[in-house]
Design a protein around this ligand. Sequence first.
Ligand code: AMP
Length: 215
Amino acid sequence: MGRLAIIFGPPGSGKGTQSRLVSDSLDFCHLSTGDMLREASNIGSDLGLKARELMDSGNLVPDDMVNGIVAAHIHGLDGKKDVLLDGYPRTMEQAYALDRSLMGTQYNVNVVLSLTVRDSVLKERILNRKVCTSCGSIFGVPVSVLEPCGNCGGKLVVRGDDNLEALSDRLQVYRERTLPILNFYSDRGLVVVIDAERPVPEIFSSISKELSKFY
Ligand code: AMP
């Protein structure tokens, strides 16, 4: 039976960076609703075009748009692989929908890894963030889009929602709609707090230790 973990935290807390490490080093299937929506938007599908405007303005897309995609992926894995959910659930309705999708599967939510970072640090990271269009590497320190990706030489871009206007909306949406989920999972004893202001390898080491408890 596969493990299922949720990586939780505000925008800029390092969910994407840590998720990539967990999927590369620990062989988890990384399901990021943000990546799925960006991909749909780049392809220009109906869903993607609808999502893009909401994403770029820092708002959430409707629950129906993500619940179905996540459920289909989880069912497709058939309990055989460990799963890391990144950016989902993001509303209470999504948390209930996840519970419903897991019924009749081999998965339970094993742990919610809650990454904590002060707002001032989040802001600095997000306003500096560049993402590689080839390998998906994320850079949170000042680096110019004119430089090639330090990992693969690919092209770096700024995400459409990584700007000051969208950020304050994203943080507000996070506090009002996403943060309450933490109580829901705390009541079940599933939340582990991870100090995510430390260097990336230290954070990864804490996460690996938590995940190793669920074999
Ligand atoms: P992320 O890459 O996780 O920061 O997500 C980027 C944007 O995609 C968010 O600001 C939302 O607009 C949208 N998004 C991602 N995941 C969800 C979700 N679970 N529910 C609603 N909107 C989402």
